[in-house]
Design a protein around this ligand. Sequence first.
Ligand SMILES: O=C1C[C@@](O)(C(=O)O)C[C@@H](O)[C@@H]1O
Length: 409
Amino acid sequence: MEELKMNCHSGSKVIVSCYVNGVTPLEEDLNRLVMSMQSTGADIIKLVINATNITEISRIFHLLSHCQVPLIAYSIGERGLISQILCPKFGGFLVYGSMEGNSVPGLPTLENLRQAYKVEDIDEDTKVFGLISKPVGHSKGPLLHNPTFRRVKYNAIYVPMFVDDLKDFFSVYSSPEFEFAGFSVGFPYKEAVVEFCDEVHPLAKAIGAVNTIIRRSSDGKWVGYNTDREASITAIEDALKHRGCTNGETSFDSPLAGKQFVLAGAGGAGRALAVGAKSRGARVVIFDIDFERAKTLAHEVSGEARPFEEVFNFHPEKGAILANATPLGMHPNTDRIPVAEVTLQDYRLVFDSVYTPRKTRLLKDAEAAGAIIVSGVEMFLRQAIGQLNLFTGKEAPEEFMRDIILAKF
Ligand SMILES: O=C1C[C@@](O)(C(=O)O)C[C@@H](O)[C@@H]1O
């Protein structure tokens, strides 16, 4: 850092700039650093860090909202993205965006900041929602939730949050100082996050997984919900009904009733599918690389657990349903499938909870084998509709959201 003498007669402003490479200083040290930068007499302070944990960004938010001098402060990198997007909420002086096609490593493009996040519209009243996940960059949530907030005239923003440790995250960001209003919860945290909720809706409790959290405005408590169960099961049911697969005359019966439902993956998404399938009267068979985990879930849904090695030559009953709830096949490892290709011809319908790409290799192979296929995009859309209702308390514009999905995915 250099001492700067300002020329009071020139119109030029002076910025003092500091890049902290390595561990982000603790709050007091960071304050001291900013004070020493301030003492240079520069007009504007620019501080850049390289956060190794999203919790370090709380110090940037704190500085932005308390600094008396115009301050530019952000972190580069995936864990730092929220500092760049949310800077206007906390009073930052400038938002940086890099040039499309010539981007600066660790900085979002200006186009992305404007198109997906409309940073120019963010103000101190903007409510902040985020997706807690690891990885998080693949999510299409921001492309869907942000335009929908604008559509229903709700002053809110939805940002990707790359979280390494849930306990650290909640211990820092539960503070009312940051005013976070709620979260989506993605892989691999849907089960673990339950213990960080102050209350859990009975449906989510029965599933043992939460994918939506709201801060209740009356008392500031975190309340957990699950919108995955109905999203995935209704997507499968609707596809079956659409192809004329009903269960006799009774329209109340789910087309899943009595069917064998083969599930790969007993994590958070798998739990929603297993509990949902069971609620519709299906008989659930579960595979997971962690056999104990498969057994626990099978026990809860009165189903059957099988060792993962068997999945590759497991032949289901005729007309069975296959659901993939593992991340296998997700971008960038798109060539992977969770079962043996030759067994796909036995399934009536194959569902994949992976939604990037829209048509995974599993779905392509299943379609070629003659099965009805249901993309994870359908589940993604439906769970997001449920979330939007909870986030805003308004009715989600379903057609509008579906159009975005059709246009952008
Ligand atoms: O499974 C998913 C997908 C998701 O994690 C995402 O990638 O945006 C968001 C979650 O709410 C949802 O349950």
